[in-house]
Design a protein around this ligand. Structure first.
Ligand SMILES: CC(=O)N[C@H]1[C@@H](OP(=O)(O)O)O[C@H](CO)[C@@H](O)[C@@H]1O
Ligand SMILES: [Mg+2]
Length: 524
């Protein structure tokens, strides 16, 4: 194998000594300053993956909901899915190898996977709006070309758009045409077709305020608008590239803070939604006449969509198995509603859409959403004509804010529901998410889809006895896969109790993870 070019070019992308990073929940993420060598190496790895699978592979440069100064990278597999766990392992190995053993590490992977290096390779590359994206995506291209791979640089795209392109390419056009116009055309045609009979929709109901998180989603929404032919009137805010990405706005801010983003001019009862920094998450919300804020998160979205699909199946007399996949963060009320009232099967997986996606594929129709609004519908294998347009509206490869938004608007239109009707389906249990900083978050290990802590010793017992003090309470902790923090989640009968429980559990985490009794500082 001729790795001379890799050897030369890798010198232009040196690894800072001692820096170790993990391929986390959604790829590598950290301060953009430390990522150049990671990008080059992910270009190399994507090329190997492409040769191995004899397909096009995607490389997306993004740090999603994280601060503007951060960046990151994720690899996209042939069908638009996240790369497999084994290859995530290679990614971590390759990323952490010191400069002088890079070639050896590459050869190891080539050997282990028995890769025919004479195969051609094709890599699609995209990036979000972060200033560091330009030079980092060039480093990816450098990696690919040093192994002789071909690249197509899509430039600024949302993460789900790149997933879509990869899937289109590898299915030879069956999924759509691999261009942004192809994407807009596919989604908007399905939307217009499905909503054409929902004629009693008022102009107010056609209006949707969209918070673009000052990111790529805003840009792409503006491009898509003409395709929607005023059937959906999108009012964009936080759509300037001069505004700071994800700062006091975007889906993660709205979900975790449980309040409206800044920079949005919301009228009473108006239907609003927020994307995250790479537009793969969406949450809805409105404020009522008393100024109260009401959030419709991923759990509410999963409920709306699965209820609608179940109705379609009944109408069509189809005996297909439908299920909703959630994570430990799903509000207890949503799980109860789906199982007890809707009689829909619910299953729980670890955090990260790659886990939900695989679980969803076990069913004829799998609706999966993380509570934070990251999700989609998958596996519409045996469904028939009636579902065809609905399927076209859905980006089945990965969670996609724009496509999800159109699906939601369609279901609301067809069922004549307002955002308030939708909100009333069930009442969320008050909840709170906190972050605790500890010196090594890896001391926390979990089981049962992250709902129980195995280590440090005594932590789960401490959580259990704190939870017992409250009514309808639940709490769990897990190390984040995208930030250097431990996440704490709690829900209880009142907001005060949820806040108190989250705080108490944070204290226990700090005490047991650090082995000391100091006061921690839980952050919102
Ligand atoms: C509690 C939470 O919202 N966690 C998020 C967050 O992962 P962490 O591993 O919790 O940092 O980022 C992931 C990628 O966007 C997303 O899939 C996940 O749901
Ligand atoms: Mg995201």
């Amino acid at each position: 194998i001729d790795l001379r070019e890799v050897s030369q070019k890798s010198k232009l992308h040196p690894k800072p000594e001692g820096l170790a990073l993990q391929y986390g929940t959604a790829g590598f993420r950290t301060d953009a300053k430390h990522l150049d060598h990671i990008m080059f190496r992910m270009g190399l790895l994507a090329t190997l993956r492409s040769k191995k699978t004899k397909s096009t592979i995607g490389v997306m440069v993004t740090a999603s909901h994280n601060p503007e100064e951060d960046n990151g990278v994720k690899l996209i597999d042939p069908m638009g899915e996240m790369v497999t766990a084994v290859w995530e392992g290679y990614a971590t190995q390759l990323a952490n190898t010191e400069q002088d053993s890079l070639l050896k590490e590459l050869k190891d992977i080539i050997e282990k996977e028995d890769i025919d290096m004479s195969e051609p390779a094709s890599i699609y590359v995209g990036k979000d709006t972060r200033p560091s994206g330009a030079s980092l995506s060039r480093a990816v291209l450098d990696g690919v070309s040093s192994l002789g791979g071909k690249t197509h640089d899509y430039g600024l795209v949302t993460t789900p758009q790149l997933h879509y392109m990869v899937c289109c390419c590898n299915t030879h056009g069956c999924y759509g045409s691999p261009t942004v116009e192809g994407y807009y055309q596919k989604l908007s045609q399905a939307f217009l077709q499905l909503t054409q009979n929902a004629s009693n929709r008022t102009d107010d109901q056609k209006r949707l305020l969209v918070d673009g998180a000052n990111g790529i989603g805003a840009l792409k929404m503006r491009e898509m608008e003409p395709f929607l032919r005023s059937k959906l009137q999108v009012v964009l805010s936080n759509d300037s590239s001069s505004g700071k990405l994800n700062h006091m706005c975007g889906a993660d801010y709205v979900k975790v803070q449980q309040k409206a983003p800044q920079g949005m001019n919301m009228g009473v009862g108006e239907c609003c939604c927020s994307f995250d920094g790479d537009a793969d998450r969406i949450v809805y919300y409105y404020t009522d006449s008393k100024g109260c804020f009401h959030l419709l998160d991923g759990d509410k979205i999963a409920t709306l969509i699965s209820t609608y699909l179940k109705e379609l199946l009944t109408q069509a007399g189809l005996n297909l198995q439908i299920a909703v996949v959630q994570t430990a963060y799903a509000n207890g009320s949503s799980t109860r509603y789906l199982e007890d009232v809707m009689k829909v099967a619910v299953c729980c997986t670890k955090t990260g859409v790659k886990h939900l996606h695989h679980a969803a594929q076990e069913y004829d129709i799998g609706v999966y959403f993380e509570a934070n609004g990251h999700g989609t519908v998958s596996s519409l294998k045996r469904a028939v004509k009636l579902l065809e347009s609905t399927i076209n509206l859905i980006n089945q490869t990965v969670g996609d804010a724009i496509s999800d938004m159109l699906v939601i608007e369609t279901v609301l239109a067809i069922r004549g529901m307002s955002v308030q009707d939708w909100h009333a389906i069930y009442t969320d249990l008050p909840n709170r998410q906190l972050k605790v900083t500890v010196s090594d978050r890896r001391v926390i290990d979990t089981t049962d889809a992250e709902r129980r802590a195995v280590t440090p010793e005594g932590l789960q017992d401490a959580i259990d006895s704190l939870v017992k003090k409250y009514k309808t309470a639940r709490s769990f902790v897990r190390p984040s896969g995208t930030e250097d923090v431990v996440r704490v989640y709690a829900e209880a009968d009142t907001q005060e109790n949820a806040d108190r429980l989250a705080h108490e559990v944070s204290l226990a985490v700090y005490r047991l993870a650090e082995g000391v009794g100091d006061e921690p500082k839980p952050l919102h």
